[in-house]
Design a protein around this ligand. Structure first.
Ligand code: MN
Length: 474
């Protein structure tokens, strides 16, 4: 049986917007988002003959609580979490985004918000109330899907996708107990298990943002990124043991390569790891002991207080310090940086849209095997995707943050000085990001997915326009 819908729907999915107030902003042009929401009815006109409804679905990581000051991996106090939300919605550059959403609801369109891994606080009842209040909406007018289920819209299944990334999975069991208590203004009696990914953002990525404003734009946060950061800031090296332990649990990210149905999500960051990966020979040659230490940490659980003593502070031998005193960066170091960056790009397969890669892609293929499921939409990876097979279609809605495009020429052998110039530009926060993307589904009144597409959203003058990358919906 298909999930009941009985209403034709033109569904637009966006995700991974990461609105926050930590500097620098991950979304440098919120005007595009505001315009996009304002123009939804004309960009995606509904078929009035069949009484089609327009629905905007925000599929996780809408707000980035990990990047709202004061930084914390989890804000359980509802009053503080509400204040942090207001710190984002009140910002002059983001307020129009929320005004546009309010207008979207006022016009009678639908809004559905799913939970991600950077905005777990949106599950708190007080935060949900505050957001409704900001949008001038009643509980009936915004659908929150924040209990671990996939959003079922006809034969489509929509979810953030972090369920298949053990290092960033949500502790739904703990969260449910907490929100149950908070909905009655009781005090929660359990602690949330905070994911290893959240800890890495707070302990390593955020402290380096002032010096290297692009670090939180590099995805995914993992071993290669840490090798890169070690080349940026050699002072990190004395803590390599700690990083290795954190990584060990971060490497859980690669454990569920097949996108299998996960086990219990309680204690997500404390499970034993799986088989060791094969070490990368080139990285071993270039980075030697550092790589060995990061990569071959004995399996240890990450305890709650384990990373508290981790201290990340830019030093005199840091890349930033070289730039400051206009000294040339040693070639050897640039070569290591190149090796790490190359792997980050290769991992991304940035230009391949029509693949179902990684654990999210594998999970989507598995979900599509059910005859009831015709389309799966996820976010989380920040990589837009449109993959079609006999069973249906998998879309990834991509991201609205400034996704870096690293020119291949600066990564060529012998182009070390060009790489240095590129890094210097990045350090000055000169970016040329990829455009944001959205996924679209047209679902008929029987619940069948009739059409699907992946679009880029481009700003021209003060309006936005769509460029369809894959699929077609009209
Ligand atoms: Mn995410």
């Amino acid at each position: 049986m298909r999930a009941g819908n009985l209403r034709a729907t033109r569904a637009v999915v966006i995700s991974d917007i990461h609105l926050a107030n930590g500097q620098p902003d991950m979304v440098s042009n919120p005007v595009v988002l505001t315009q996009f929401i304002n123009q939804l009815p004309s960009l995606f006109p509904v078929d009035t003959q069949i009484n089609e409804k327009l629905e905007l679905i925000i599929a996780g990581d809408f707000i980035d609580y990990l990047n709202i000051q004061e930084y914390s991996a989890w804000t359980v106090d509802p009053a503080q979490a509400v204040r942090k939300l207001a710190d984002v919605t009140d910002r002059s550059q983001f307020a129009p985004v929320f005004d546009a959403l309010a207008q979207h609801i006022q016009r009678g369109h639908r809004l559905t918000i799913l939970l991600g891994n950077h905005d777990v606080e949106l599950a708190l009842p007080q935060v949900q109330d505050a957001l409704l209040c900001r949008l001038g909406a009643s509980p009936h007018e915004v659908l929150y899907v924040m209990d671990g289920r996939a959003y079922r819209l006809g034969s489509a299944r929509i979810e953030h996708g972090n369920r298949y990334d053990d290092a960033n999975a949500n502790d739904w069991t703990g969260l449910r107990a907490i929100v149950s208590a908070l909905s009655r203004n009781e005090s929660p009696t359990v602690d949330l298990e905070i994911s290893a990914g959240s800890k890495l953002v707070i302990k390593v990525v955020n402290p380096l943002k002032d010096t290297y404003p692009f670090v939180n734009l590099l995805q995914p946060v993992g071993e290669i990124l840490l090798l890169l950061l070690l080349e940026f800031e050699p002072s990190l090296a004395w803590q390599v043991d700690m990083l290795g332990r954190l990584l060990n649990s971060k490497r859980l990210a690669e454990r569920n390569k097949l996108g299998q149905q996960p086990g219990a999500t309680r204690n997500v960051s404390a499970q034993a790891d799986a088989a060791r990966e094969v070490p990368d020979d080139e990285l071993l040659t270039l980075f030697g002991d550092t790589y060995r230490q990061l990569h071959s940490q004995a399996s240890k659980n990450v305890a709650a207080g384990d990373v508290l003593s981790l201290l990340v502070r830019p030093g005199r031998d840091g890349l930033a310090a070289y730039f400051e005193r206009q000294a040339p960066v040693p070639i050897e170091r640039l070569r290591k940086i190149r090796a790490a960056l190359k792997r980050i790009i290769d991992n991304d397969k940035t230009d391949n849209l029509d693949i179902a890669d990684g654990p999210c892609g594998a999970a989507a293929k598995r979900l599509l095997q059910s005859s009831e499921v015709q389309a799966v939409v996820m976010g989380h990876t920040h990589l837009p995707r449109y993959y079609r097979c006999d069973d249906g279609v998998y879309l990834n809605s991509g991201t609205w943050i400034d996704r870096l495009r690293i020119p291949h020429r600066v990564l060529a052998e012998g182009a070390e000085r060009e790489l240095e110039a590129y890094l210097r530009d990045l350090k000055e926060d000169r970016r040329s990001p990829c455009p944001p993307t959205c996924a679209e589904l047209r679902i008929d009144e029987t619940g069948a997915v009739r059409a699907s597409a992946l679009h880029e959203v481009l700003l021209s003058q003060s309006n936005v326009a769509l460029r369809t990358l894959k699929g077609a919906t009209s």
